[in-house]
Design a protein around this ligand. Structure first.
Ligand code: SF4
Length: 282
């Protein structure tokens, strides 16, 4: 819950505000880009109060996704139903409830008939769990890398799901049931390719789903500033390996129309020339 005593002084007057515990992860601004902006030091503040139900919902999404729970209302309004999961593309849902341990990384949910899956894990939340239960649960938790594990073990245990992680990052998820060992790519269930992307971490994996959706972890994201694909700049393992991984992906012959990252923006609609964009990027 946001703390009124710590309301950032630069918030615009009105019910919604951001407190100064913000860690500048950008998530709230991704959900409410015209309502929440950045100060010079990267913290979030409300710069315009929402007008109408659509913008109110954007603020609720920002509030429930914020890993420090820094977004709230002075009037302590009750959270409405149906904030998350949020369908962001046909059949692909954003979980919200981003966890502080993963510096606010996004987690994704695809409730398909066979092999429904989560990519990375959100903070444990009963309302979200119930929403996932109502559409049949998950069979797989696909971890993109060691940083974004969060409450994966709780979701996996609750739903009896298999947990996938690359061997090079496996120590971050000792409860994993399936270890990916490829240095290149492997199909782990029908329609799902695990593509090894060492760079950000040694065990980073990008999951390509149905040649449409790229669940990219901390390798690629969409930029709302340039409206283009961008490479994640934060590298813990090897920048050279990161560049090699991107080049391998560009030359792999795989196609995708959407990018759903751990950090950063996601594509808001299908992008036909994603392969060209990736080639230009590399
Ligand atoms: S999501 Fe929360 S912590 Fe992240 S930038 Fe927004 S207000 Fe700050």
């Amino acid at each position: 819950m946001a703390k009124l005593a710590r309301r950032h002084p630069d918030n615009t007057p009105g019910d919604w505000y951001v407190d100064d515990r913000c860690i500048a992860c950008d998530v709230a601004r991704q959900h409410a880009p015209n309502l929440i902006s950045s100060t010079d030091d990267g913290l979030s503040i409300v710069t315009r109060q929402p007008a109408g139900p659509d913008e109110e919902m954007m603020m609720w999404r920002a509030a429930l996704a914020c890993p420090t729970r820094s977004v709230g209302t002075i009037s302590h309004r009750d959270t409405p139903a149906g904030v998350f999961p949020q369908e962001v593309a046909p059949g692909v849902f954003l979980c919200g409830h981003n966890d502080l341990r993963s510096f606010g990384a996004h987690a994704w949910f695809v409730p398909q008939a066979n092999d429904p899956f989560l990519v990375d894990a959100p903070h444990w939340d009963r309302t979200l769990v119930q929403a996932i239960e109502e559409v049949g649960g998950v069979d797989h938790v696909l971890l993109t890398h060691r940083d974004d594990v969060s409450d994966a073990h709780r979701y996996a245990e609750h739903f009896g799901a298999r947990v996938w992680i690359h061997a090079a990052d496996r120590d971050a998820a000792p409860f994993a049931t399936d270890i990916i060992t490829t240095a290149d790519e492997t199909t782990i269930f029908p329609g799902m390719v695990a593509f090894a992307m060492p760079g950000h971490t040694r065990g980073s994996v990008l999951y390509l789903h149905s040649e449409r959706h790229s669940f990219s972890g901390d390798t690629l994201a969409w930029s709302r500033r340039t409206s283009d694909l961008r490479a994640i700049e934060t590298i813990w393992y090897s920048r050279q390996e990161h560049q090699r991984s991107l080049l391998r992906l560009a030359r792999s012959g795989h196609h995708f129309e959407y990018v759903f990252p751990g950090h950063g923006d996601w594509t808001k609609g299908p992008i036909d020339d994603m392969s060209d964009r990736l080639t230009r990027l590399t």
